[in-house]
Each structure stands twice: as C-alpha cells, then as structure tokens.
Design a protein around this ligand. Structure first.
Ligand code: NAP
Length: 518
C-alpha cells in the first residue's frame, strides 16, 4: 500500500466520545497526526455521546486531554484552534434508531460540502455491551453500505471467551464485510512490535538461526507496575489471562514465530500469524497445572510507597479469585519450533513497567575453552525491548582484556530514540492512520481472535472451575508467584530479569541495566 500521501477525506465518528479512551488516546493521536501533516486535507471528528455538551465545551474538554496525554505535551493555541475547528459534538442515545438517521443526514451534508464521498470511520469507544446496538443502528440507517469507505473500529475485548467471540464475529459480519472491520489491539501499533517484522524479514542474517536448531526458548514479558486502579469492575470479569495473554502476548508470539509472508499484504501477514495460533499445541485440562501459573497481588511496597492488595481495591470482591498475574508455557508444533518452549507472563503490581521479548539461544555445542575461562560465560541472547524504551540488544561473549583467556558477556545495543533522534509515534497514531488508509495489516481478523481464544480456552476453563487456594500469592512489587518460577524451572530455565533501557530526552544517551549473570 502506497503511504507517502495523506489519506483521502475522512469523517471520524467516535461513539462514546465523552469517555476515557477518546480523551486519553484517540484525540491526542489524531492531534499528533494533524501536527505531523498526516490528517486528510478534509476531515471532521464527530463525537457522539449522551452527556450534554456544546461543540465548544467538547473541544475544551478534549484539549485538556491532549495537554495531559499527548506525547508532545501541552498544545499550542494556534495549532490547537486550527485542529479544533474540525471537532464537533452530537448528544445522542446510541440505543435509538433516530441517532443513526441524524448521523446519516449529517454525513451526507458534509460530503456535499466537501464535494466528495469521504471515508466514514465509525469508532466504537464504548463498553462491549453497546457494540450490537451501534452496528445494528448503522446498518438500519444504511451507513454500512459503502463497502470501500465505511469502516468500523472495534476495541478490545473481542468477546469474553471463544463462544462469545464467535457470536460477536457472527454479528459483525452479518452487517459488515470483514474488510470493513478493524479490531484494534493497540499493542500491534507499537513501533517495536512492528519492528519485529522488519527485524526478522528485512535482514538475512537472523533467519537461518531463527529456529529450533539455534533457539533454546523464548520469553515474552508484559509487566505493569500499576494495580487495577479504578478498573476493578471490569477487571473482576476479565483477569490477566483474558486481558493480556489472549491478545497482546499471543500477538507478539505470532510475530516471533510466524513464517515469512510472501508480501506485506494485510491478509498474507494475518494468514501467517493465524498459522502460528493453529500450530500451538493444545493444552489439555489435566496439563493446566504444569503449563500455566496464576497469581493475585497482595499488599506491598513499590518505590517506598505502600500499595493495597487487589482484594482491597475499589469494586473488587473481598474473596476475589481473579488472577492479576498469569504465565503460560506454549509449544508451537511445526518444523521450525518443535520442542522450543515459549513462556508468556504478565502481571500487575510488578516492580517495573516493561514489555520485552527474550530470544535465548542454545549454548555452543562444544566448549573449546578451559573451565576457568568460562566462569562468566553465558549463551547468546537477543532482547527486544518494547516499552517503556524501545530497542534491540544482543548479548555475546568476548575475551576479557588481560593475559589469560576469560570470556565475558557484553551487549550490542540499538535504541530507537538514539538511532533516529525522535520519539516514535504512539500506537494509536499508527493505527488510526492505517484505518484512514484502509490498511488492516495490524488489526485482528475474526479467525485470529477466535484462534487466540481457542488457545487459552482450557486454561480459562480450569481456572474458572477450580478456585485458587492461595490468593493473594505474591506481594505487590515482586515478580509474581512462586508457581511461575516453578513453571519455568521444570525445564531448567529461569525468568530473565527485564532489561531496563533508560534514554534521556534532551540528548540521545541511553543506558542499560540488565542481569548479565542470569
Ligand atoms: N480507556 C482505555 O484506555 C481503553 C484501553 C483499551 C481499550 N478500551 C476499550 O475502549 C472502550 C471504551 O472505553 P472507555 O474507557 O473510553 O469507556 P468509558 O470511559 O466508559 O466511555 C464510554 C462512553 O460511552 C458512553 N455511552 C455508553 N452508553 C451510551 C449510550 N447508550 N448512548 C450514548 N453514550 C453512551 C458513556 O457514557 P456514560 O459515562 O454516561 O455511561 C461514556 O461516555 C471499551 O470497550 C474499553 O474496553 C479502553
């Protein structure tokens, strides 16, 4: 897809525009696209919600969000005013048919003004319970008819389990063509996540070793330092497995494990990813206890501050059985990956916020050097740091300077910010621009989302039916429960302490703290 030009005219309709997502993510992303001259020459953003607001109150509200959450910091008056001229608000009940008739009239009159058929992007920034009402409303008002230009963006969660995901997909595809549907998983818009594809398939040197002959195991960690905060009500129904592993972590696994696509076409890339999900070895219910570990945080200390236990958070049941930590071991049963474990873990109230992938290579087949030279020797390791800083690090052994032979591990480091002297765009910027272009490469197709639910279904089932007996089983500020250490230790491995990349904003200087000895 040619992406050198700005996308064509677009009407961005945000359902739930007075909510948190629009405030913190969508409008700051659209504003940054505007500042970077990526927005179409003709565009409007029409926020639809039920609270009472004028256009000007809506704009003021959104500006506060931009000032707080934009990667560029506070907005400049001149630029903001020019952007804000394109923002409008419609107070409406999303359950009523008349809302969509009004919308249809408004969009048609805008098309007339612009003298074009603009792309119409319907962004569902609403609770999942509203999806059916909105898509039915759009269909009744015939707003779905233009298969090329009418697009619907659906936020996660896509269902609660395999059955509900199938039902949701059946509903969506009964009104819209799959090519009109953009199921967003913002992780896939992150620069480093996309860079996994560039790194793997834009370089010839890694591909020959990217397989079971050379790779011992893979670890994928997404750790959050925050607790559940004000999202207790939602989280009680979700848990870490649904909230993170089913989508973000399995998507990263797909990018690491997929075969090379023939072209960078949306369906080709997604076909290759879905192949990985289909190749994941099923976990039978009786295996769950040694293929997966769950945890829930108790009270603890983070950076000198005492933080409450999950069960003491707002809207969380006193005896809640919801996991705030999950780790699962997967095998991908194909020629490339047979026998290579992929360890995935995610948790809240971990010591640091970090996301990274560790590719652990096998040890050399024969040690040439005497034992005394190898005291610090470690096998090769590739680290792909996704957040907060973005970079790629390769560990290899060198001779320590001195008269005797002594091998030491060192790091070869690449940092995005240092190499390109710029902060990468936010994931939502990339994804919203892709929606305007109609490029679905980074979005989840129905079969991908269902395959991911199938992969975790047995674990969900066992955890749902067998109550944990030891929750809370890890203190806030730790790396999770003992069971997770046992899960990986069964194979003679240990979790890698995440690498902390720290880059200074003012000058391009990066440093790395890592456990070379692990
Ligand atoms: N916030 C995030 O960072 C984030 C991140 C990832 C995914 N998501 C997903 O994005 C979606 C939106 O999340 P959110 O945090 O923005 O939710 P939110 O803050 O609750 O916003 C939803 C908005 O929709 C409005 N609404 C609900 N029912 C309506 C109706 N019948 N008519 C008109 N307006 C109605 C709500 O109004 P009331 O307040 O009056 O109910 C609210 O303003 C969810 O699916 C969530 O899972 C959010």
């Amino acid at each position: 897809m040619e992406k050198q030009k700005r996308p064509g005219s677009a009407a961005f309709v945000i359902f739930g525009a007075a909510g948190d997502l629009a405030w913190r993510k969508l409008i700051p992303a659209l504003y940054n696209l505007y500042l970077d001259s990526w927005m179409p020459d003709q565009f409007l953003v029409l926020g639809v919600d039920r609270s009472d607001m004028s256009d000007s109150k809506f704009r003021d509200h959104l500006r506060k969000g931009v000032d707080q959450f934009s990667r560029r910091g506070k907005s400049e008056s001149k630029e903001w005013s020019a952007f804000a001229e394109n923002l409008f608000y419609l107070k409406a009940d999303l359950r009523k048919d008349e809302t969509y008739n009004d919308l249809s009239k408004r969009l048609s009159s805008q098309d007339k003004k612009w003298d074009t058929h603009a792309n119409r992007i319907f962004y569902l920034a609403v609770p999942p319970s509203m999806i059916e009402s909105i898509t039915e409303g759009l269909a009744k008002a015939k707003l779905h008819k233009d298969r090329e230009r009418a697009r619907v963006v659906v936020e996660k969660p896509f269902g609660h389990d395999l059955e509900s995901a199938k039902k949701l997909n059946q509903h969506l595809t009964s009104e819209f063509k799959e090519s009109q549907l953009f199921r967003i998983d913002h992780y896939l818009g992150k620069e480093t996540v996309q860079n996994i594809l560039a790194f793997r398939f834009g370089n010839s040197m890694f591909e020959p070793i990217w397989n079971r002959q050379h790779i011992d195991h893979v670890q994928i960690t997404v750790a959050e330092r925050v607790g559940v905060g004000h999202r207790g009500g939602y989280y009680e129904q979700a848990g870490a497995l649904r909230d993170m592993i089913q989508n973000h972590l399995l998507q990263i696994l797909c990018l690491i494990a997929m075969e090379a696509p023939v072209t960078f076409d949306a369906n080709e890339v997604r076909n290759k990813k879905v192949d990985v999900l289909h190749a994941i070895r099923p976990i039978f219910p009786e295996q769950v206890h040694h293929m997966a570990a769950r945890g829930q945080y108790g009270g603890g200390w983070i950076e000198g501050e005492h933080v409450p236990a999950y069960r003491s958070e707002p809207d969380v049941a006193e005896g809640s059985d919801t996991e705030t930590y999950a780790s699962v071991k997967f095998y991908v049963d194909n020629w490339r990956w047979q026998g290579v474990p992929f360890y995935l873990r995610t948790g809240k109230r971990m010591p640091v916020k970090t996301s990274e992938v560790v590719i652990q290579f096998r040890p050399v087949p024969h040690q040439t050097f005497p034992a005394a030279a190898l005291l610090d020797w470690r096998p090769n390791r590739l680290l792909i740091a996704i957040q907060p800083e973005e970079g790629i690090l390769l560990r290899f052994g060198v001779k320590h300077p001195g008269p005797s032979i002594h091998l030491s591990p060192v790091m070869m480091q690449f940092y995005y910010r240092e190499a390109f002297k710029a902060k990468p765009p936010e994931a939502y910027e990339t994804l919203l621009l892709d929606v305007m272009w109609g490029d679905a490469t980074l979005f989840m197709r129905a079969d991908q989302s269902e395959a991911a639910w199938s992969v975790i279904a047995p674990v969900l089932e066992v955890w749902g039916s067998v109550k944990s007996t030891d929750f809370p089983n890890y203190p806030a500020g730790s790396w999770g429960p003992e069971e997770a250490d046992i899960l990986i230790a069964q194979d003679g491995n240990t979790w890698v302490v995440p690498t902390l990349l720290q880059c200074r904003e003012d000058i391009a200087v990066c440093s790395v703290t890592t456990e070379l000895e692990s």
